[in-house]
Design a protein around this ligand. Structure first.
Ligand code: C2O
Ligand code: CU
Length: 542
């Protein structure tokens, strides 16, 4: 494999958007940040120098990091933050990922401005399982807050209410038409008539799922979450925070300008940023622009069917060159209820829904509390009092979730609980969405793995009938998937990566409210199946 070196300087940089300005955390002054470019199986050393005024960490979203949780990044889960003035070198170990992934800060809400793409090309002497595009371009969907994201998060946590909404979405850092003061600065993608391009789309959005499309151009989705899929030709996609989609688009319309746009998909009654963002697809050559540039027709903001109709089409490529490995005989089963809840406050005025409660979220009715020493270190060095290994194997009451809004589920317990799994187990996790506090689709993400989404459905999971709907032939291999609103989702994987792996909702407000847990895949019996030794310059915790 080849080794790549990157230098990331974390610092505050001045930016102006929407006729408003602020300084914000960036890597190397850029937003989005630099692209990491490797071939399958390579290794990247990313030297992160923190010149900001508070601690940060970086996560390589979707990179499995075999045996190497030390460089995974979630703050106080696998490392303590890199303190101001300090340096940490992440060793990013690529294995079988191929396509597009991304990296982002993993401390508080810093990922809003600290993120970038990871492009993983096929290894030498192999090619894409589709015709080679003439050029490639990363497109990152983001969310722009006029205010300071750290303050927004801290305020929301302190008051117990919904965080301030963003002021715009962005494509490659630009809000674009029709946002205030954004028209001229739109991101522009130049194409030549008749040629095919590969767009590597990343959703770095914080709190919303998005529809995305290109006016008058159908396109073909060929990869998702760093794995190839059976090609899907469509006029729009739905993409959740954390996901990536590789898209082939052919410039087959009359040379002109066309809007590329993303609009929110909101299936809950939580407030959301209702603005749109756009970029411009511009053909080369001489032509007269129409009086109004075509804008894509995207599904309505509440169109759950449109979202489902796209998502259901995603299937693994499952070819001879790109085989899949779905566990058939399960040895470890876990049921996880996914809820938005409330936590009663000590004083009567913490500002949440009832005045005496704050918003919270939970997995199996445990609202996660982030420890002050990282769980990986505590596990590796057998330190006690940092986490419990008693994350429940199923929720407290019956496995009946939709409609159960009793106090037993409204008010979760709080704790730092992990689920230990033996190395090599064939694992199935069934996630059941509930409507305890607020029903909505939750984009769940597990670090350290890609896994197979073998089934989803509406209503309660039924242990007898639901498994008969599983797709074990070509289920999508993903790292982030939606647990449907008022529904369930089942994933399967082999626990073949020893380490401490964070699992959480990728809607940032839910993650901050406690919709997180940790899976610890225990050391195997050999060096090959055990965690690597810690790197020498690992940040210290005090
Ligand atoms: Cu993309 Cu734990 O995150
Ligand atoms: Cu969620």
């Amino acid at each position: 494999y080849n080794v790549h070196h990157y230098s990331f300087i974390v610092k505050n940089t001045f930016f102006e958007r929407l006729c408003s300005n602020k300084t914000m955390l960036t890597i190397n002054d850029s937003f989005p940040g630099p692209t990491i470019l490797v071939h399958k199986g390579d290794r990247a050393y990313v030297n992160v120098h923190n010149e900001a005024s508070y601690g940060v960490t970086i996560h390589w979203h979707g990179v499995k990091q075999p045996k190497n949780p030390w460089s995974d990044g979630p703050e106080n889960i696998t490392q303590c933050p890199i303190k101001p003035g300090k340096i940490f070198t992440y060793e990013v170990i690529f294995s079988d990922e191929e396509g597009t992934l991304w990296w982002h800060a993993h401390s508080d809400w810093t990922r809003a401005t600290v993120h970038g793409a990871i492009v993983i090309l096929p290894e030498a002497k192999t090619t894409y399982p589709f015709p080679k595009p003439v050029a490639e371009q990363v497109l990152i969907l983001g969310e722009w807050f006029k205010g300071d994201v750290k303050e927004i998060k801290d305020n929301a946590t302190a008051t117990g209410s919904d965080p301030t909404l963003s002021d715009a979405y962005t494509i490659n850092g630009q809000p674009g038409f029709p946002n205030n003061c954004s028209n001229g600065a739109s991101y522009k993608l130049t194409v030549e008539h008749g040629k095919t391009y590969l767009l590597r789309l990343v959703s770095a959005v914080m709190n919303e799922e998005m529809f995305f499309g290109i006016a008058k151009h159908n396109f073909t989705v060929v990869a998702h979450d760093g794995a190839y899929i059976k090609p899907i030709t469509t006029s729009y996609i739905m993409i959740t925070p954390g996901q990536t989609m590789d898209i082939l688009v052919t410039a087959n319309q009359s040379p002109s300008h066309y809007y590329i746009a993303a609009t929110p998909f909101s299936d809950s009654n939580a407030a959301f940023d209702s603005t749109n963002t756009s970029a411009i697809l511009q053909y080369t050559g001489n032509y007269t622009l129409p009086s109004s540039i075509p804008y894509p027709t995207l599904p309505n903001v509440t169109d759950q069917n449109a979202a489902d109709n796209f998502t259901i089409r995603i299937r693994s490529l499952a070819s001879a060159e790109h085989p899949i490995n779905v566990p058939k005989n399960i040895t470890t089963r876990i049921f996880i209820a996914v809820s938005v809840n409330q936590i009663l406050c000590a004083n009567a005025s913490c500002g949440g829904p009832g005045g005496n409660s704050r918003l919270a979220a939970s997995l199996n009715n445990v609202s996660f509390v982030t420890p002050s020493i990282d769980i990986l270190q505590a596990y590796y060095r057998s330190l006690t009092g940092v986490f419990g290994s008693d994350f429940p194997n199923q929720p407290p009451s019956v496995f009946n979730f939709t409609g159960d809004v009793g106090n037993n589920t409204l008010y979760p317990t709080q704790g730092t609980k992990a689920r230990l799994i033996n190395y090599g187990e064939a694992v199935e996790i069934v996630f059941q969405g509930t409507n305890v506090g607020n029903a909505e689709n939750h984009p769940l993400h597990l670090h350290g793995f890609s896994f197979y989404l073998v089934g989803t459905g509406y209503g309660n999971f039924n242990a007898t009938s639901s498994p008969s709907t599983y797709n074990l032939n070509d289920p999508p291999e993903v790292n982030t998937f939606g647990v449907p609103k008022n529904g369930w989702a089942t994933i399967r994987f082999f626990a073949n990566n020893p380490g401490v792996w964070f699992m959480h909702c990728h809607l940032e407000r839910h993650a901050s409210w406690g919709m997180d847990t940790v899976l610890i895949v225990k050391n195997g019996t050999t060096v090959e199946t055990s965690i690597l030794p810690p790197p020498t310059n690992l940040p210290t915790c005090s």
